[in-house]
Design a protein around this ligand. Sequence first.
Ligand SMILES: [Zn+2]
Length: 229
Amino acid sequence: MFRLCLLLLVAITSCSRAGRIIDAVSQTIGSTGDTQRGELLRGANDPPYGPTLVLPSGLRLEHLTQDAPLTASYPDPTALPFAGSRGDHYQRPEFFVDIPTLSAATRRARASRNFSLDEYVRLPDRNGDERCYVDPQIAQHVQDLRDAWGGPLILNSTFRSPRYNAAIGGAFFSRHMYGDALDVAIPDTRRARDFYNLALAIGVDFIDAFSNTVAADGSGWIHIDDRGF
Ligand SMILES: [Zn+2]
């Protein structure tokens, strides 16, 4: 029961759609990675991140920028409302992609086979953030989801700074601030259950419950993240 309550709390703090009842889903469906990818992604799971970012396409972003005020704006991981050991997954990020200095060519470059770096960067850019982060593991997982679905996917939400996350009423510990959460638009809400099941099967650390995927207006998205537990 304690574990159930914990999961419920984690689920409630995960996404930005306020006021909805979320029933937690805990799943550990198998890894999709081969050894090489596993090695590539090991250590990229959790903040604090290093000065080099290697995305699933092999795209390398060197000399990521440090931004002490931004780092300091993150929640204190020791103030987590849930189990203490999980604070390890909420260390304040120390290195960020500096959006204004990205060339157009770099923004167009592939982050994975079917997703450009720009698809991760343009949302924080539009929201007034000059820094962002892209977790390689979630970038691989959304590529896996795209492969499983067999058609284009649209990312509705990628990185959010703590400032922007607070402005839109996001969860205090939203994984979007750590660059390992994505909201993915459901391509066809009539097949929302199929899409959701595919998302479950790709093996992310956390996915919101199905009841939180389709809005009253008929639009829909799912929140996936690789929070590390
Ligand atoms: Zn989300």
